[in-house]
Design a protein around this ligand. Sequence first.
Ligand code: J2J
Length: 534
Amino acid sequence: MNEQIEAQLIKSYIDGGYWQDITLGDFLRDCARKWPKNIAVLDAMESLTYEELNKASDSIACYLAKLGIACGDRILFQMKNCVWHTATLFGIAKAGAIPIMALGAHRYKELLSFAQRANPVAFITNEIYQGFNYPALAKEVQLDAPSIRDVLTVSDMMRAAHEGNVLTAEQYAKRRPEFTDPCVLTCSGGSTNVPKLIPRRHTDYLYDAQTFAAFLDMKQSDVYLIALPASHNFVFGNPGVLGTLSLGATAVMCENPSPDEILPMIDEHRVTITALVPAVLSAMLDTLSWDDAYDTTCLRLLLVGGAVLEEQLARKTLQKFPGCLRQVFGTAEGINFCTSANDSDDIVVSCQGKPISPADKWRIVNEDLCEVAQGESGELIALGAYTIQHYYNAPEAEDSFTADGYYRTGDKAHVSAEGNLVVEGRVTEQINRGGEKVMPSEIEGYLAAFPGIEEVQVVGVADELLGQRVCVYLIGEPEQTPEQTPTPMQLNSYLANLGVAAHKSVDQVRSIDSWPLTSVGKINRKLLCEWAAS
Ligand code: J2J
């Protein structure tokens, strides 16, 4: 996008009062002044008040500074949901550095590509966790990413926090970034092979979280359960941890998004709000249908997004939790839509509502980027005070934005009669597997080298539980017999050995003799999807 247009947009967000001169570090210091003794964040082991969280992050910032981490440096960050996740992120912010928000499922391929894009100087990761050796993975990435000087773990952060080092006002001021600088690099769902990095600014991220919290009428008495990976945009900033902290409320960290962890935490901590993807919601409702050991009457808001929520599941949710469901359409790139408190049940189950900010602009457009009529399908594009205009260090991705700065979501949608967004699926071929985004071309690239496979196509197929499942069609080498067709398990262990993220799993494999073709001679992928579904 033209630099002049971008400068005008920035000026309009500042002049319009959407952007304040505030950084994540300033934000937490301010929260700690206002609510020192409130519990800011807790997990199954421990809790931190706002004062403790502020001090812990100061001490972590001192530790990072002593390691030689400079303002503007990037740090690869892959940490489980726990109070140290929050403390470390604020520590990184106060050191003036920028975390790359990797998810626990990311493996060598994704992590190396993040490192190559952003040249991080350190990698902060888990200890051996849930049977997986994260430090060994980090060392493997470090071997091929020479910018990484230090591999640090959660224990190092805990130790640093307990050292109780004081970050003086002078040290803090010296490292304070500009409010328009990036505060995190989040991972894009990915419309190309490997996820791109999204530079969200201190001011836009805080504006987004606070605007969303206000839209939901969140209060200091709210208790927000972080059940999805805490580094995911939905639960870090929409409104998530940041929105919760902005009110002096409490965030509860749940390690795994499974009903047997989520339900006891809701009951024990009297959780009032949580954010789930449809697959997790479905598993939770299933458990509640046969297990009445948990009191979930404390829940007042169930935010559901990340993938299409089927109407039947939405209605089932409303039966169990009357008035609690809110559909959320969001992207790590920015734009958020949400159904409103006063929407009828029929509206809540059938659409994703309206944008959360008056500064959000959106259109549904055709291939020529011209707006289509109300009710017609097209691609959703959006522009606003918290939506990016560039990916980080990815000039090849400029076509994800229009000349006037709108982000092209790649989502197929239409506008309902009431003016609400209705997402139908993807314009591009990205597969949404239980809320996790998978690009067929990436998996095809890996599987092309699998022994015995001559040609391969990967398609997304409608699936009751996951929304979409990953189906692999293959043509075997001539000497292959049908019995030698690899199973999903064999392909998945092959992908895992290559270092591909655990969520990019194959669910179904079909062997075929030749490809069905369209009238212009292209592989008819639509037909492959229909066959796989039947
Ligand atoms: C259908 N598809 C949806 C929805 C996102 C809030 C909520 C989700 C995300 C997220 C997020 C959808 N129905 N309700 O960051 O802040 C699909 C679309 C979209 C992509 C973005 C948030 N809500 N999606 O999921 O960056 O395809 O963010 O473009 O991971 O998820 O994925 P991601």
